[in-house]
Design a protein around this ligand. Structure first.
Ligand SMILES: *Cc1c(COP(=O)(O)O)cnc(C)c1O
Length: 365
């Protein structure tokens, strides 16, 4: 196996990088995941040889054989994290080693090779340092980093996983994920479809989970809702998570979030909120909540706020809920005080206006 120490990146700078004016035009209104920086990272893996050919290169299309296994069997996984320009001018990321560790947990589930955590973090550092001008200066904006890995063997056999893989990182300047800022979203309770079942891939950050979810997301939109809320696979009764974000319920001074039972994605934002809660005077519980309890809690007022959390959209309040046979609002439908307090603390640490007491900030340059 190749160790991180042996991986050195070959650097090939772009000769067609965007001009300052072109870049500034993108940064004025970046949207989310639509425009990419001038470079990307690529590292190849071959069974028996390990990781090799680590390089930073100009951003551009790949050329792959049509038989490449990722196209047929979806052996793919990804990560998502951000580079932030802090108030003191430095560029940082947030808990990148947690993403590196989760990347390898996903890889293990998908029968893909682990990437040394140091190589993962080094790849992010190299890309961000090279494309540092792409890290937005606008408050609340960031550079979204998308590491991913695909199976590259050009063969259709299904009896064994691919023997070759490619790890890549691309980067994209980002405004806020949901257009319109901290505006409560409406959610659709999906009782027709299932995202994940025990023993499946729910805890792995793999593209296949998303492929199977789009139909429910489309149904949510057809029902006039912004997002899907997934329920347990057996009874479609217990809350699991949102399409790409974890959920928190506010009950008095307590935050309740669904426990990690293997069917939901272990969000790093979720974990950070569980850690920050005590300092904000909040108790935490990892448990379970049925949709009946959710509805009754909102109707009695005991459950005052609900928010979703994830790297891309940080913290987003949930304002209303709709299902096949029910609909209700959460609180008065506006962002609640606990949601805003948690959001402010987390965003404050990421952008450097609040002390980083948990050593989460990783300086890049
Ligand atoms: C990435 C992701 C999340 C949120 O994870 P963070 O580490 O907080 O960004 C939640 N659910 C799903 C399905 C995800 O893919």
């Amino acid at each position: 196996m190749t160790t991180a120490q042996q991986l050195s990146f070959d650097v090939q700078l772009s000769d067609h990088a965007r001009t300052t004016a072109e870049r500034e035009q993108v940064l004025a209104s970046p949207g989310f995941g639509q425009t990419f920086t001038d470079h990307m990272i690529s590292i190849d893996y071959t069974e028996g040889r390990g990781w090799h050919d680590a390089r930073l290169m100009p951003y551009g299309p790949l050329s792959l054989d049509p038989a490449t296994s990722v196209f047929h069997y979806a052996q793919e996984l990804f990560e998502g994290l951000k580079a932030y320009r802090q108030t003191n001018g430095s560029i940082v990321s947030f808990r990148p080693y947690a993403n590196a560790a989760r990347f390898n947990v996903s890889a293990s589930r998908m029968a893909m090779p682990a990437l040394p955590e140091s190589a993962f973090v080094e790849s992010l550092e190299l890309l961000v340092q090279t494309d540092r001008e792409w890290v937005p200066t606008t408050e609340g904006h960031s550079l979204y980093l998308r590491p991913f890995m695909i199976a590259t063997q050009p063969a259709l056999g299904v009896n064994y996983p691919s023997q070759t893989y490619k790890y890549m990182v691309i980067a994209s300047p980002a405004a806020s994920y949901f257009a319109g800022g901290v505006k409560p979203v409406s959610v659709w309770l999906s009782t027709e479809y299932t995202r994940a079942a025990p023993g499946g891939t729910g805890f792995a950050k793999c593209g296949g989970n998303y492929a199977a979810a789009f139909v429910a997301q489309r149904q949510a939109v057809a029902q006039g809702c912004d997002q899907v809320v997934w329920l347990d696979a057996f009874e479609h009764r217990y809350v699991e998570e949102m399409g790409g974000m974890n959920l928190f319920f506010v009950l008095g001074d307590k935050l309740l979030t669904p426990a990690l039972t293997g069917t939901l994605l272990p969000g790093i934002t979720r974990d950070s909120i569980l850690t920050l809660a005590a300092g904000l005077g909040l108790e935490v519980e990892e448990g379970r909540l049925s949709i009946d309890e959710w509805q009754a809690g909102c109707e009695s007022g005991e459950l005052s706020e609900v928010f979703a959390c994830g790297t891309a959209a940080v913290i987003t309040p949930v304002g209303s809920v709709k299902g096949a046979d029910r609909a209700w609002t959460v609180g008065d439908g506006t962002p609640g005080p606990v949601t805003l307090k948690v959001r402010e603390e987390l965003v404050g640490i990421q952008y450097g206006s609040r002390p980083d007491t948990h050593d989460w900030i990783h300086k890049i340059c």
